[in-house]
Design a protein around this ligand. Structure first.
Ligand SMILES: Nc1ncnc2c1ncn2[C@@H]1O[C@H](COP(=O)(O)OP(=O)(O)O)[C@@H](O)[C@H]1O
Ligand SMILES: [Mg+2]
Length: 347
């Protein structure tokens, strides 16, 4: 299988780029995103200055402990935040168009059609009283304004593409296995031919064999359709196998980001080192697994300086005084840690 070039990927899209789009702009550019949740005791700074980009056809893995802001980042991109959530700063540019200031009505032009999302636990997301094929045809008809016949045909093609047998076209969600339902969710995410698909723990509820099949499917779709993927998972081996780049988050910030082979081989941030150490792999003896002592900070009132300082084995005085700047290293890895000062004032 060959990988498509960025130009080929854009040329293959069934639907034209949005009117205001800059055809030369990066596919997705997130800058200094701040998404907070309002609680009585203050704002939860769930995502607090996160930047990253995604290129055509690229797969980016999002990693980090539970509660570090992965889901909030994903929901911010498609603007599907819970009612107490608000994007309080930064931009999310898709083909150069900032989605943050868009009205909900204007967002309909982008959500599902340009960026779509597959959640964990497919059962909750599917309508139990509607046949699966009809649920997939619906957005094609509604959002893309296709005829009944075209929408049905496209739904059948999509189910075929994700490996649901034709004879199951009339099935209701409860008549499908967990793996088949997750495939249906992927078909639904693909219905409007989006440029970007986000998978938020898309295989978490499934058994290991089915997990592997679903990941293989995503990988195949990425190559065949020229999709760009953002894959959120607590399973680092999944990221190692399926992604080009990995972004490690800690307490609402980027700790480290870079090519998968670089970050996994030579993790720079002490948190990434701990995370990789804490993760069981086939080479590790279970008893030698490291658990990261301590807990992430309270995001309503995060500490000054590095948010990992309280748990960091290499903590220095500066760490509890000054936010670590994000530094781009020579091998393309970006790291936010005082052990890696910006060039010019190397320690
Ligand atoms: N609706 C909400 N109201 C208040 N806090 C929330 C809400 N949703 C998530 N959070 C908090 O935001 C932080 C990030 O959550 P989340 O993005 O779900 O993390 P992850 O997906 O990495 O596990 C956590 O501290 C979580 O408790
Ligand atoms: Mg989550």
């Amino acid at each position: 299988m060959t990988t498509l070039s960025a130009a080929e990927i854009r040329g293959r899209r069934q639907w034209p780029l949005p009117k205001l789009a800059d055809p030369t702009a990066p596919l997705l550019e997130v800058r200094d995103l701040k998404t907070h949740f309002r609680l009585e005791r203050g704002w939860v700074r769930a995502v607090d200055g996160v930047s990253f980009s995604l290129a055509d056809g690229e797969a980016l893995g999002l990693a980090g402990e539970s509660g570090c802001g992965k889901t909030t980042t994903a929901l911010s991109l498609v603007r599907l935040l819970p009612s107490n959530g608000r994007i309080r700063g930064g931009s999310v540019e898709l083909f150069g168009i900032d989605l943050v200031p868009k009205s909900e009505r204007a967002m309909l032009r982008y959500r599902w059609r340009e960026i779509s999302i597959v959640f964990q636990g497919a059962m909750n997301a599917l309508n139990p009283v509607t046949r699966v094929a009809d649920q997939i045809a619906e957005p094609i008809r509604q959002r893309l304004g296709q005829s009944d016949k075209t929408s049905k045909r496209r739904a059948a093609e999509l189910l075929d593409l994700v490996g649901i047998p034709r004879k199951r076209l009339g099935a209701y969600p409860h008549e499908l296995s967990g793996g088949m339902r997750q495939r249906a969710m992927i078909a639904m995410a693909l219905a409007c031919d989006p440029a970007i698909v986000i998978g938020d723990e898309p295989t978490t509820a499934l058994d290991v064999m089915v997990q592997a099949q679903i990941l293989l499917l995503l990988e195949q779709l990425r190559r065949d359709l020229g999709l760009s993927l953002i894959l959120i998972t607590h399973d680092l081996s999944v990221i190692a196998e399926t992604c080009d780049r990995v972004l490690v988050m800690y307490a609402g910030r980027v700790a480290e980001e870079g090519p998968v082979d670089r970050v996994f081989r030579e993790p720079r941030h002490p948190y990434t080192q701990k995370l990789l150490g804490a993760f069981p792999n086939i080479h590790a003896d279970r008893r030698t697994l490291e658990v990261i002592p301590g807990q992430p900070p309270d995001l309503v009132d995060p500490p000054v300086g590095c948010r990992f300082a309280a748990r960091c084995p290499f903590v220095m005085p500066v760490c509890t005084e000054v936010d670590p700047p994000e530094v781009r290293l020579e091998d393309g890895v970006r790291v936010a840690c005082h052990l890696f000062p910006p060039s010019g004032d190397a320690a």
